[in-house]
Ligand binder design. Structure first.
Ligand code: SF4
Ligand code: SF4
Length: 295
């Protein structure tokens, strides 16, 4: 069973505020609207780059492409190394300013986890929720495996028993689907919290002066607890500034913005500005639109 979502918490059931029920997946702020768009574009590019052979290594047929032109294996491998190093350096500097934004915005695995939460929400009263969720996670694991394998093999080898690598590619496919399914279904965002090596690296290197969630104690908080319940990383957004960055603090926050959304909906009901906000008022990074002081 996947971990309970905030829809399963008693406090949440008691809210009886339909708008809040949607907050986990329906974007409220400009920030979360952009997040969905960026995540969709990342997934599309993951599919298109090898499909259009902008960069594809087909080890099963010993063919390699860069920008649609067939090249040698060495050249293609060099392109992969350059791309990897370039991504690393861009991420190194990006991380300084915006922490684990990559986990919340770019990582396709986080998007799949989020889709699982949405299905869990839509089916929250369905008798067969567990079975349907397991089926959905299996479909997600198969799809993700095919997308990843398409970067390094000819997927046609899976359908051609005469192919020299037929057994090998099926073995790799089955293993990856199994690992993906177990991680998705048994761990969900817990994998992002404590096991993803890249996420752990980002947690360690995230700086205090990066973009982060802050709790503005000068504003009223109705203590509804929804911000904690909605957090996929099981953090307490109100307390992050007071905790160790790697242990419940800002270093673990993936900047998904769900807590900001739910807080804003909740405080709109009171006609008061939301106490959870971005730290942009310190003008650390002019990335987000300025908050409307009247909110
Ligand atoms: S603290 Fe807020 S922004 Fe950070 S992971 Fe949790 S819900 Fe997302
Ligand atoms: S910070 Fe916002 S969401 Fe969290 S308990 Fe207070 S009012 Fe509720």
């Amino acid at each position: 069973m996947a971990k309970p979502t905030f829809f399963d918490y008693p406090n949440f059931r008691e809210t009886k505020i339909p708008k809040i029920r949607l907050a986990h997946w329906k974007p409220v702020t400009t920030y979360t609207k952009y997040r969905w768009v960026v995540q969709a574009l990342v997934v599309i590019s993951f599919v298109l780059v090898p499909a259009l052979r902008w960069l594809k290594l087909d080890f099963t047929n010993d063919q390699y492409w860069i920008m649609g032109r067939e090249v040698s294996m060495m050249l293609a491998l060099q392109a992969v190394v350059i791309l990897w190093l370039g991504t690393y350096f861009v991420n190194f500097f990006e991380n300084y300013f915006v922490g684990r934004l990559l986990c919340g915005w770019i990582c396709p695995w986080g998007l799949i986890n989020r889709l699982g939460l949405i299905i869990n929400h839509i089916l929250r009263r369905h008798k067969r929720r567990a079975l349907i969720l397991a089926t959905a996670n299996l479909i997600f694991a198969i799809t993700a495996t095919l997308v990843v394998m398409n970067w390094v093999i000819d997927l046609g080898a899976l359908l051609n028993p005469q192919h020299a690598y037929f057994g090998l590619v099926w073995g790799a496919f089955a293993l990856l689907v199994l690992i993906g399914f177990v991680i998705l279904h048994k761990m969900g965002f817990k994998f992002c919290e404590g096991m993803c090596p890249f996420g752990l690296y980002l947690t360690v290197v995230t700086q205090k002066n990066s973009l982060r969630i802050t709790f503005d104690s000068s504003r009223a908080c109705v203590d509804c607890g929804l911000c904690t319940q909605v957090c996929p990383m099981e953090l307490s957004p109100r307390e992050m500034d007071f905790k160790d960055s790697m242990n419940g603090g800002f270093g673990q926050c993936i900047l998904c913005g769900d807590c900001i959304d739910v807080c804003q909906i909740r405080m709109d009901l009171e006609g008061l500005p939301a106490p959870l906000r971005w730290n942009t008022e310190q003008e650390i990074i002019p990335l987000l639109p300025l908050e409307n002081p009247s909110r």
